[in-house]
Design a protein around this ligand. Structure first.
Ligand SMILES: NC(=O)c1ccc[n+]([C@@H]2O[C@H](COP(=O)([O-])OP(=O)(O)OC[C@H]3O[C@@H](n4cnc5c(N)ncnc54)[C@H](O)[C@@H]3O)[C@@H](O)[C@H]2O)c1
Length: 314
């Protein structure tokens, strides 16, 4: 039996990943903050199924303890909200960058068979040339973007410098049931329509994103782990997305349809909200070529699932 460590396993993607790892028969350790108690693991009913270590990902002793005996490490713990990250750059860099090098240093000692580090499509920063492909220069602008780009570069250097079997994932915008980050677009808009409120939108609806369902995101993590174990993924950055961008307005209209609401959203902004990228979309062909992975859930089905989840978990 394999043992996997998931940092940030109390988070949205982490919780779904933990569920998938348990389903394939792994033993799972989760490292997350004490303040996250009662989040994703409770939501998925998995609190008793995992070893939970409560601590900070930038605390080497906590990370060492969590990594003991791990065959695979999935490093997802991060400050993930763009606005709050900009308000606290030091705290963001401490978690997202120092936290990443702490995990990598611990892995250099513990020698797991695969380390998968969550970077993001945000690491590319604003670009006129879309979809992003892995060879593109990383040109982060906002704090969160910079923190993910730094973590991305540092992680890949551990393959070149130390032959640590590590890859980074650059996922597009992940959505689906179980995201407890109430300020993110899908949870916020779905919850508003379902409770008879018109959602307030911080943009004019024009920003465009590549939206990937969380089940496809989990599939991408497992595919990346596999290609690291087999060899060709080592030291690589790998995009995962659908390859198609949709406007925020299209997404909101779809959520409204699925929620059965007749309300009009209140578009409060002009263009993109401050500090956010106008258009993002990733080319997933490298990961597809290496592993056969492809996003399977259509936006229509995925938003349908998400809205039903928020309907039953209001
Ligand atoms: N959600 C997306 O659209 C998306 C897209 C691309 C990349 N990512 C990346 O994927 C990863 C997971 O994202 P998510 O959507 O599940 O985020 P999330 O915010 O739901 O989960 C992050 C988890 O990290 C934990 N955490 C934060 N600071 C910590 C610390 N100092 N020590 C230990 N744990 C800490 C949080 O408590 C939380 O449980 C992140 O690294 C994020 O940057 C997310």
């Amino acid at each position: 039996m394999s043992r996997a460590l998931v940092t940030g396993g109390q988070g949205f993607i982490g919780g779904h990943l933990v569920r998938a790892l348990l389903a394939r028969g792994d033993e799972v350790t989760v490292l997350d903050l004490p303040s996250a108690r009662g989040a994703a693991l409770a939501l998925h009913g998995l609190e008793r199924e995992v070893e939970l270590i409560e601590g900070d990902v930038a605390d080497r002793a906590a990370v060492d303890r969590a990594m003991e005996g791990a065959d695979a490490v999935f490093h997802l713990a991060a400050r993930t909200l763009v606005g709050p990250a900009a308000d606290d750059p030091l705290g963001t860099f401490r978690t997202n960058v120092e936290g990443t090098w702490t995990v990598l240093e611990a892995a250099r000692s513990a020698a797991p068979g695969a380390v998968v580090v969550a970077s993001s499509d945000k690491a590319y920063g604003p670009s006129d040339s879309l979809p992003y492909s892995e060879g593109d220069e990383l040109r982060p602008a906002a704090t969160y973007e910079g923190s993910k780009a730094a973590a991305d570069v540092i992680a890949r250097s551990y393959w070149d410098s130390w032959q640590l079997p590590v890859a980074v994932t650059r996922l597009a915008n992940v959505y689906g049931g179980g995201d407890l980050n109430a300020s993110r677009l899908v949870p916020e808009v779905a919850s508003a329509f379902l409770s008879g409120r018109a959602p307030k939108i911080r943009s004019d609806g024009s920003p465009r994103r590549d939206f990937i369902h969380v089940s496809d995101a989990v599939g991408a993590y497992l595919a990346v782990e596999d290609v690291v174990v087999r060899g060709p993924g080592r030291g690589e950055a790998l995009n995962a997305g659908t390859g198609t961008a949709h406007s925020v307005r299209e997404l909101i209209d779809l959520i409204r349809d699925k929620a059965g609401s007749g309300l009009d959203p209140d578009y409060e902004g002009e263009g993109s909200p401050p500090g956010e990228i106008d258009e993002q979309c990733v080319d997933p062909s490298k990961l597809a070529g290496l592993t056969g992975w492809a996003a399977e859930v259509s936006l229509d089905d995925g938003i349908g699932e998400a809205v039903e989840w928020y309907r039953t978990h209001r």
